[in-house]
Design a protein around this ligand. Sequence first.
Ligand SMILES: Cc1cc2nc3c(=O)[nH]c(=O)nc-3n(C[C@H](O)[C@H](O)[C@H](O)COP(=O)(O)OP(=O)(O)OC[C@H]3O[C@@H](n4cnc5c(N)ncnc54)[C@H](O)[C@@H]3O)c2cc1C
Length: 315
Amino acid sequence: MSVVVYIETSEGKIKKSSREAISYGAALNSGEVVAVCTGEATDEELQSAGLNGAARVMATNEPLATAEAAASALAQVVSSSGADMVVMAKSSGSGVIAGRLAIKMDAGTVPNVVALPDTANGFRVRRSIFTGNAFAVVEVKKDKKVLIINKNTVDIKQDGGQAAVERFSPELSEVDNKVKVTGVDQATGKVLLPEADIVVSGGRGLKGPENWGMIEELAEVLGAATGCSKPVSDMGWRPHSEHVGQTGIKVSPTLYIAIGISGAIQHLAGVNSSKYIVVINKDEEAPFFKAADYGIVGDAFEIVPKLTEAIKAVK
Ligand SMILES: Cc1cc2nc3c(=O)[nH]c(=O)nc-3n(C[C@H](O)[C@H](O)[C@H](O)COP(=O)(O)OP(=O)(O)OC[C@H]3O[C@@H](n4cnc5c(N)ncnc54)[C@H](O)[C@@H]3O)c2cc1C
């Protein structure tokens, strides 16, 4: 048996979340891990998927523009490799592909997976529900499965070798090709919030938009994206694209630094799959401290500039 892992790329590089999906596929110990790439990447970049546990990478000769086309390409690799399991990282695109693929494979699909499956008695897997506020264990009864994993579900394996890269041209129908990408304009030169490995986020405790310079400076020294709480974007202090939470962007960085944010449940719903949370708040009773791995009780206007200087000094 083999496991097929769908991998996404950004600016020619395999996304970190996809490297995690490959590591998850390898940790299943269900046979050869075959990664499938329908985006843009050099063979050299794709070979590095071996580090994370892929034995082979099947990459399309041309990048595919639609979810239909990606699902068709994946289905063809699933069929040729005899795989009964597909793993992909949660992203804006993967959910759409997973649904289409599951129909083609006649598979059971589980989104928001947060752990390796328990196969001792059937196939049970833990997934997050209610925007991350609870967990459910679901049993998949279909022989074939499609799992969409949340970020920070497994550690990224780094000790593999090089993967063999094979190029192929999937058979596509007219429906698969109904959209063609003619160019890509990046929204911003800064680190994109949904993909960011580190996020520095500010709340109403920062008093006004004129004080965001220190947030941006800290983000810059850390190579982080900037985020904010909902009231901050509602008041127009920051753009809505930075609003984190239940009604905004859900982030899963390795490090989330919350500055002057109280930690309301709706905000936590967007950050609770972060690996480490650091909270800076002058109120020691702020609810965010309960969700924090590290907390600093104090005035953000004193702490943040010192923190930035200390990080600069270390660098
Ligand atoms: C349906 C619904 C959906 C919602 N969705 C979201 C969502 O997606 N995202 C979201 O963020 N909110 C959401 N909210 C709003 C949420 O309930 C909170 O009101 C909001 O998160 C509070 O934002 P805040 O923490 O920035 O502000 P506040 O609650 O005003 O907290 C400010 C914090 O800053 C601290 N502070 C003040 N001065 C300083 C200082 N000098 N140094 C350090 N700390 C300081 C204070 O102690 C306080 O803890 C939603 C609400 C509803 C009803």
